[in-house]
Design a binder for this molecule. Structure first.
Ligand code: FAD
Length: 633
């Protein structure tokens, strides 16, 4: 097996991994490799939304400050205060770096970087370059690769991490099924969100995720049960937020056969659930800017729309579509509440059909689907309640180092957000975290240079050679195995959760992982699926750990919070069976860790760290900056 050594290895080339590489190079750390499935892979370069948001300190509102921004983060609950302050304080540098690299964030005639309010945002901190903010960020960062002479190894899939006292190695497999060990002193783990865990998902198909590699290596995680779910079209995968909902489309559904083809005419279903039309139309309208499913908006609020879509799709097994071609039965502008009606009137969007209103208010939103081959003027759009983002991830300190020495985590795989996060803070966190990791690595290389001891990776090589061998005659194909754990996660670990069913799901998850380890996953060796098959090991492991953490949270009595609705056995008068939130848990963070000795997943609530109250004082802080002690606090 080939062994490739480097001082700093960056695993993943999304917006976070790329910024780690660029930052390290600029800091003078030359010996590095970006190891990735591909520069065109991952969420950042393949996703977007109608106005993809970047959150940062406000540069157009004189009232804002890092401390106030940290409070907004902290208010989401179960987020550490020191990380809230770090992500606020670092946001301007992260943002301005992207501006300098050419990302066209808008400014006004005086050069002020204008902003708008996103959710949980009192100070117009949000900005956007349009539907593809994260793609533009990646493109600007990728343009630095030749300029900074950054070595990139593409078409490799990492399948195991083996940490050692002097660093470690990432074992990867390429399309030919060849193995290589990438040996490092420092690792920036930037593999993105756990997209491959879910069947019903708006993550782009180019993202699978690899948090399971670090979890299997014994890294601690935080906040794993906290994710975001919301309504999205399934093909193409795209959030139906903003204007798509503000124009008040029709929600229709139909039963389907085993091939997924409708076997009955499409029929409007929301009137079955809503007695009050004003409430129904206004809830649909508000879904536009209240996009993520929010258990706090159940039963009074717009998230009832998500819940009803879930009931149609999951409980009744139907397909649900948005139809923009005609109004819902009984629709009238007079029936909208005053906020929705005035918004549409001011926008000049009082046309006869949702389609015409969409074309008037946001022609780009209509064109986007047409570019994907879906003409909303001719056909309805299939939607579902989809997984979109994991607020939790690996536990990190304020320099984004994980519980494993020398393993740093940045981007979505770092679990820095709490229960709720302001829209756009994922992109900010990735830029700040990757810079912090780069700064700390640079400092450690300077202050504690080390020569890696010679390591033997033959145990990993032997394991995987045998695993691929037995996979050729495994009882199930890699697709069947993946389908099984993805279906389990979408059924039991997504937006709607039930305690009793979760217990069985956890047991099934564990036994599937043991089966995959023991027997492998069958794949066709003539096509490049070795990496897909091998990835099932870390993915299946991760889904087991996630389900364990979700079950533990439920059994602790957290109740419904964020994007997770916990169902009680009985339905109430509103036909909703919600377990209410115990808000005392917002002051705690759930830590989850696999113990390789006991072979158990261990969970514990820890008190969250407060927002640091330390006053700055230029002379004394400058001294600490000069002598480098800022890096040690
Ligand atoms: C539909 C949608 C809309 C969103 N809108 C917003 C928004 O408006 N604002 C916001 O802030 N956030 C938004 N997000 C979230 C945000 O886009 C992501 O959190 C962010 O882009 C993740 O960046 P990343 O660098 O951490 O990971 P990614 O961009 O996913 O990159 C991960 C990298 O790791 C590589 N990788 C993964 N596993 C392996 C492996 N085993 N071996 C080798 N390489 C591997 C991948 O190939 C890729 O290069 C949205 C997400 C979605 C899905």
């Amino acid at each position: 097996m080939q062994i490739i050594s480097t001082q700093t290895l960056i695993l993943g080339s999304g917006a976070a991994g790329l910024n780690a590489a660029v930052s390290l190079k600029r800091l003078g750390v030359d010996d590095l490799i970006v190891l990735t499935e591909g520069l065109q892979m991952g969420t950042s370069i393949n996703t977007g939304s109608d106005k993809q948001t970047y959150y940062k300190l406000s540069l157009c509102d004189e009232s804002d400050s890092p401390e106030l921004m940290a409070q907004s983060y902290f208010a989401g609950g179960s987020m550490h205060g020191d990380l809230a302050l770090v992500e606020s304080a670092g946001s301007v540098r992260g943002f301005m770096n992207l501006v300098t690299l050419g990302v066209p964030f808008p400014f006004d005639s005086y050069g002020r970087y204008i902003g708008y309010k996103t959710d949980h945002d009192p100070f117009r901190r949000a900005t956007s370059v349009g539907p593809y903010t994260s793609r533009e960020m990646c493109r600007a960062l990728i343009a630095q690769i030749p300029k900074l002479n950054i070595r990139v190894e593409e078409s490799w899939t990492a399948i195991e991490i083996q940490p050692t006292s002097s660093g470690g190695a990432v074992l990867a497999v390429n399309a030919k099924g060849e193995l290589a060990a990438f040996e490092y002193q420092y690792l920036v783990f930037a593999v993105g969100g756990p997209a491959g865990l879910y069947k019903t998902s708006v993550y782009p198909v180019q993202q699978t995720g690899a948090i399971g590699l670090a979890l299997r290596a014994g890294a601690a995680a935080e906040g794993l049960p906290e994710s975001q779910f919301g309504l999205a079209s399934v093909s193409p995968r795209w959030n139906v937020s903003g204007t798509y909902m503000q124009v008040v489309p029709r929600f229709v559904s139909a039963a389907v056969d085993s091939q997924g083809n409708p076997v009955e005419p499409l029929r409007e279903f929301l009137p079955d659930y809503y007695a009050d039309k004003t409430r129904m139309f206004s809830d649909i309208f508000r879904k536009g800017y209240q996009w993520p499913f929010d258990s706090g908006k159940v039963p009074d609020g717009s998230s009832m729309i998500d819940l009803y879509v879930y009931r149609e799709t999951v409980e009744k097994g139907k397909k649900v579509f948005l139809d923009f071609r005609s109004n819902a039965v009984g629709f009238s502008f007079d029936l909208l509440d005053s906020e929705a009606r005035e918004y549409l009137e001011k926008s000049g969007a009082t046309q006869a059909t949702p389609l015409e209103r969409l074309q008037k208010m946001n022609p780009g939103a209509y064109n986007l689907y047409r570019d994907f081959g879906v003409d909303l003027a001719l056909q309805p759009l299939e939607i579902a309640l989809c997984a979109q983002h994991n607020n939790g991830g690996l536990a990190v300190n304020t320099w984004y180092e994980s519980s494993i020495n020398r393993l740093f985590a940045a981007g979505e795989v770092a679990g820095t957000h709490g229960v709720k996060r302001p829209g756009g803070s994922a992109l900010n966190a990735g830029q700040v975290g990757s810079l912090r990791a780069a700064q700390k690595i640079k400092r450690r290389l300077e202050t504690t240079p080390s020569t890696p001891s010679v390591q033997d990776y033959s145990n990993m090589e032997d394991f995987w050679t045998q695993w691929f061998e037995k996979s050729l005659s495994a009882p199930k194909t890699w697709q069947e195995e993946r389908d099984e754990f993805q279906s389990r996660m979408s059924a039991f670990g997504a937006a709607i959760r039930k305690k009793d069913e979760l217990k069985a799901a956890v047991a099934d998850a564990k036994s599937q992982y043991e089966r995959i380890l023991k027997f492998g996953c069958r794949f066709d060796p003539s096509v490049p699926h070795a990496a897909d098959a091998a990835s099932n090991v870390q993915l299946c492991f991760a889904h087991w750990v996630y389900l364990e953490s979700i079950l533990f949270a439920l059994e602790s009595g957290v109740g419904s919070r964020g994007s997770a609705l916990i169902l009680a056995p009985e339905r109430d008068a509103d036909n909703v069976e919600k377990v209410p939130e115990d808000v005392s848990f917002r002051e705690k963070v759930l830590q989850t860790k696999w113990n390789p000795v006991s072979q158990q997943v261990e969970n514990a609530w820890i008190p969250r760290r407060p927002i640091p109250q330390k006053e700055t004082w230029f002379e004394s802080d400058w001294a600490k900056f000069r002598d480098g002690s800022v890096f040690e606090e």
